[in-house]
Design a binder for this molecule. Structure first.
Ligand code: NAD
Length: 386
């Protein structure tokens, strides 16, 4: 280190620069203060707070609940898990710990009705085998809770009617979990087909939903309400209804149950069914529990086609319009289907609005499923009850 003499030119320049800096930072009496005052303005404006999250009880902790629904809460704005209902306390405790649910809010199928006394639960989500949907929905509604029920709404139309009546009696809302009605690709297909009439008048629809199901599985058990139409064919018929905006008048159906495959002792392996709509639209639907995965539809219009492939999957849907030799794919931002449907229901409950897919929507599908079973059994065209 070297000491500089007072005459050192570098030292003189340094001192001169410091003096200039001090002179420029001198405060005048008129200058505004730089630090904000501690006193707050009387008209302080706050941004809108996020909406209050409603509390959800998830009933049944099987594959769908664990792999899709519980993780989807992270993407919800207005819904959070506050209770679990399960027949397996150890599993429920692990799930509660993973998702921040109070372990005191774990119920089982025996004490389920006690949710009536739990103010942390606004809505219950029934994710049980189809044969249990009606009982647990009705008990949830009678406990004073709003209910989101998985598809198919129930096994029979009579059960669906009881569920709707229970909602009316309890003055609580009932929604059926048709997640595709809450995501942008199927919404866009509805707009294209019904509002924009992008391919002209609809003539026919071809819809397939196939997968390979291994035993054991609730889908293969008659007693649990399984069957390919009930589980996956329902997507085809629901799409035919939402793409046309019509109710089918009549159904014909063919079912195949192979004698040499023990998986199909109780339910058919494959079913093809045709819906005839009042306008003349014909929807050809097929579903199989023993085929490679394929979930798609094509709407054949007078002037072109609307194609969705895959159409019914949780992710990666693709929608395009074909006219002549021109094909245009719609680029939309996908959302988490389960988060979107849960938040829709929370919003409806909070604002006292009817949900887009109420119990009546589930009943309409179950009526078609019943007609399809009768048509396959009798080999005749069966009118869909209204
Ligand atoms: P799963 O077999 O994996 O789960 C069923 C749950 O019910 C399990 O936790 C099981 O322990 C419980 N349960 C209670 N009593 C039972 C009994 N007597 N027998 C068998 N299980 C019993 O089935 P999953 O695939 O999660 O399907 C559940 C529901 O969700 C079904 O209604 C199905 O149609 C529906 N689902 C909907 C979608 C969708 O995309 N919306 C996807 C898959 C499943």
């Amino acid at each position: 280190m070297t000491d500089r003499s007072p005459d050192d030119p570098t030292r003189r320049a340094f001192l001169a620069a410091g003096a200039t800096l001090l002179a420029s930072s001198a405060v005048n009496a008129d200058d505004p203060p730089l630090a904000p005052p501690d006193k707050q303005p009387p008209d302080l404006k706050l941004p809108d707070p996020p909406p209050k999250k409603l509390g959800w009880a998830v009933v049944g902790l099987g594959k769908l609940a664990l792999e899709e629904v519980m993780p989807a809460f992270a993407a919800c704005r207005q819904s959070r898990p506050t209770a679990l209902v399960s027949g397996h306390p150890d599993k429920a405790k692990r799930v509660a710990a993973a998702y921040g649910v109070d372990p005191k809010k774990i119920y089982d199928y025996g004490n389920y009705d006690r949710i009536a006394d739990d103010p942390a639960i606004d809505i219950v989500y029934i994710i049980l085998p189809n044969s249990m949907h009606a009982e647990y929905t009705v008990r949830g509604l009678r406990a004073g809770k709003h209910v989101l029920c998985e598809k198919p709404m129930a096994v029979t139309a009579a059960e669906c009617e009881q569920m709707i009546a229970a909602g009316k009696d309890a003055k609580r809302k009932l929604m059926v979990a048709y997640r595709l009605r809450y995501e942008p690709f199927n919404q866009a297909a509805i707009e294209l087909c019904r509002k924009e009439r992008a391919v002209g008048a609809i003539r026919t629809i071809a819809a397939s939903n196939c997968q390979d199901v291994t035993a054991p599985n609730i889908r293969l058990s008659k007693a649990l309400g399984g069957g390919p139409v009930e589980d996956i064919g329902i997507y085809c018929l629901n799409a035919a209804r939402y793409l046309t905006g019509e109710e089918p008048a009549e159904v014909t159906a063919v079912a195949h149950r192979p004698k040499d495959d023990p998986r199909f002792r109780e339910v058919p392996e494959s079913v093809a069914f045709t819906l005839r709509f009042p306008s003349g639209v014909i929807a050809n639907c097929d579903c199989s529990f023993a085929a490679a995965e394929s979930r798609r539809y094509r709407v054949h219009g007078a002037d072109g086609f609307v194609d969705m492939d895959p159409a019914f999957s949780y992710r990666g849907l693709r929608l395009s319009v074909l006219k002549g030799d021109r094909k245009s794919e719609l680029k939309l931002t996908e959302v988490n289907h389960f988060a979107a449907e849960m938040d829709h229901f929370s919003e409806c409950v909070a604002a006292d609005r009817p949900p887009r897919t109420p119990g009546e929507e589930g009943l309409a599908d179950v009526r078609v499923i019943e007609a399809t079973a009768e048509a396959a059994r009798t080999g005749r065209a069966v009118a869909v009850k209204r």
